[in-house]
Design a protein around this ligand. Sequence first.
Ligand code: SF4
Length: 313
Amino acid sequence: MDISEKILALKSEKPVTILAHYYTPLGVHKIADRIGDSLGLSKIAKNEVDTDYIVFAGVLFMAETASILNQSKKILSPDKTAGCPLASFLTGKKIEEYKLKYPGIPVAVYVNTTAETKAHADVCCTSSNSIEITQKIAEEWNTDTVLFGPDKNLASYVRNRTSLKIISIPGNGNCPRHNLFSKQDVEKAKKDHPDAVVLVHPESPPEVQEMADFIGSTAGMLNYSYEHENEGGYIIGTEVGLMEHMKWKSPQKLFFPLNTNALCENMKKITLEKVLNVLKSIGTSEEKQYEVKVPKPIAEKALISINKMIEIS
Ligand code: SF4
């Protein structure tokens, strides 16, 4: 039995559902029950999972979001050290400092934040609904200004598509993987694959977004690749895991990375070996070490900003 077969056998014996993010290794996608982006998976965890345990194959803030939305389920992370440098840019304490500096201005945060950060925000947003959410929260607060964090590139994406004054907090926040994309990468990729279309994530720098044929979330890019037939292929400007997923799902199509270094080492910490270990721990005294449980007071406050997003989007 290889490791994937062992995981599938063990999974069928235990009350568990495995959810995997697109950026985890492809082997993990193949043994997962569901694959998706961070908020999509958390919604699946809340509305569509009937097992007592969820193994969340993704970085820690994603497992935290699942915990916020599912306080009654046990959320297990194969590796709790899998953090997110983007999420680390903005803490609840920093948000409180900005609120003092800009009284009466709402704070919108990207879902790529810790539970503690979400607990201090007024509303959450995803890359797909960021424009709509910022416009609606500004309208509700009767202001033309929104404090937006932590990703400066997503902030710029929103600023360029609304008439709002978007103040990026903390100003220099970025995902090191998406922020490395450059104009030169796009020029080279277009030269190498002249008939390919360029798809980029809004966490990419503005000058890269400007050169793209399509800007969208991971799910948006995936849907684009399903819905469009482009013989020249697709240049993918996001973490390389999504491109590997696309190749797996559409083997007849051509996919090229915008930059092969766009590899999130934290997502790649979620290996098959670790998934097997976490499954083995279920129902034993070992499971505690894998559990991600956001304390109730923080979860309740964070849920307000998540529910606000759901309410106004
Ligand atoms: Fe964080 Fe970027 Fe990795 Fe996503 S790809 S988990 S935003 S560091």
